[in-house]
Write a protein that binds this ligand. Structure first.
Ligand code: IFM
Length: 448
């Protein structure tokens, strides 16, 4: 049974509740109105990279169903909508700014505002223009400067209409999944390239901030990172150190330089041969002040010390979501308190993604996704507990508004609180979506 104390901060404004999506995962229309090819279009077209050969050419056809989807977001009763901009729509050729691309997002932003919903904009959620990849992508330092120019153009256009700008979503995935493990675009498996890409992503973030602030001085500016808290298998020093190392070489590889202007020394010492080429002053640019950190949380991992103390993941037999990620809400509470301990200068936090893959299908017009509903309830309690412990969390976004293209898993994994029938593009609010509607309606009622 879901019991959130009636006086929980979660039930009170200005705590922000929203739903989140990303351009490539929902828009489709990947050749419309001058959009150029992205690295994910190329990756999808490469045999064997994406399950079932799925691609983003249609996805949820959101590009052509914008008004209907805006109404849907409004029906949920959320305060905010987090979305990303497809760089390939905005700058389809180097230095050429595409008015049709700007107009699509303008209609989106204005449509949200007209419905009383706050726009939370992410500038980069993995869909790099392919022409930049052809020149080295995130391995090429020039890409960081190209991103800063793009960020300037977008924030110049939308300014303070947007409440919150995030430079990047999960640079860990762009750098480490894309260049180290290879299961995301552009699909390299090379440690050296991975740390170099990570450095240029962080540099791009820092380079973009001054013009973003200048163009939108009332908006909040920050970055969204993902974290997988690591629990030691035993109380041994070796397991504890291995667990912390896995965090430092994960989410903290990005958070640490943002907060301290240095990379985690333990990882630098262990991986000297892979460390990125930097220019003097880069770390000061990376550590420019930000207004918020977006935290994406889905699961934890359990770690034991393997060969030479290296972290080894130990599979757990506890309940998992359909994608195979352990359900462990307490790790979200712990993550919040650990972050405060490790980084005393931490800015306010938004939980910018949290959710579950639950592939329950529609039966008689209903999607009874009980596992996801339960997942949300447990994680709301985890956020409540973190707030009670003193964490400065300002908002929570459910991932995702609707089922969508789940990267290398194609359409096989459903994260939406709204079901999408990909054959008809019909949207159906799931039981989890109805839970959110009821929760948000109850909160609105107490304000009256
Ligand atoms: O779908 C992704 C999203 O694009 C980034 N964060 C994790 C989600 C679930 O895997």
């Amino acid at each position: 049974m879901f019991v959130l104390p009636s006086d929980s901060t979660l039930r009170q404004k200005p705590f922000v509740f929203g739903v989140a999506t990303a351009s490539f995962q929902i828009e489709g229309a990947n050749t419309a109105d001058g959009r150029c090819e992205s690295i994910w279009d190329r990756f999808c077209a490469t045999p064997g990279k994406v399950l079932n050969g799925d691609d983003g050419s249609v996805a949820c056809d959101h590009y052509n169903r914008l008004e209907q989807d805006l109404d849907l977001i409004q029906e949920l009763g959320v305060d905010a909508y987090r979305f990303s901009i497809a760089w390939p729509r905005i700058e389809p050729m180097p230095g050429q700014w595409n008015e049709a691309g700007f107009q699509f997002y303008e209609r989106l932003i204005d449509g949200l505002i007209a419905r009383g919903i706050q726009p939370y904009l992410t500038l980069y959620h993995w869909d790099l223009p392919q022409y930049l990849e052809d020149k080295g992508g995130w391995i090429n330092r020039e890409t960081a400067y190209a991103f800063a120019t793009y960020a300037n153009k977008v924030t110049e256009r939308f300014g303070d209409k947007v409440v919150s700008y995030a430079t990047f979503n999960e640079p860990l995935c762009s750098a480490f999944v894309g260049y180290r493990w290879g299961s995301h675009a552009p699909g390299y498996q090379d440690e050296r390239l991975a740390y170099q890409a990570a450095h240029h992503l962080l540099l791009a973030h820092g380079l973009a901030l001054p013009s973003m602030r200048n163009n939108a001085s009332n908006a909040q500016h920050g970055i969204v990172l993902n974290f997988t808290p690591a629990y030691p298998l035993t109380d041994s020093e070796a397991d504890k150190q291995a667990a912390r190392f896995s965090e430092l070489d994960g989410g903290d590889w990005f958070l640490h330089p943002l907060m301290t202007a240095e990379y985690p020394p333990e990882v630098v010492a262990a991986h000297t041969e892979f460390m990125p080429t930097q220019m003097p002053g880069d770390l000061a640019i990376i550590a420019r002040p930000i207004d918020f950190i977006g935290v994406n949380y889905y699961t934890r991992c359990v770690i034991k010390a393997g060969d030479n103390g290296k972290p080894d993941v130990v599979e757990q037999s506890s309940p998992k979501t359909d994608i195979g990620w352990e359900i462990y809400p307490d790790a979200l509470t712990r993550l919040m308190s650990d972050m405060k301990i490790h980084y005393p200068n931490l800015p306010p936090i938004f939980i910018t993604e949290n959710g579950a893959a639950d592939n329950t299908e529609k039966v008689d017009g209903q999607v009874n996704d009980d596992m996801r509903t339960d997942y949300y309830q447990q994680h709301l309690l985890a956020v409540h507990n973190a707030l009670a412990d003193g964490a400065d969390i300002r908002g929570y976004f459910a991932w995702s508004l609707m089922d969508n293209f789940e990267w290398a898993y194609g359409y096989s994994q459903r994260f939406g609180i709204v079901h999408v029938d990909y054959a008809t593009q019909q949207r159906t609010v799931k039981k989890s979506g109805q839970f959110w509607q009821a929760f948000l309606a109850a909160r609105a009622a107490t304000e009256r």
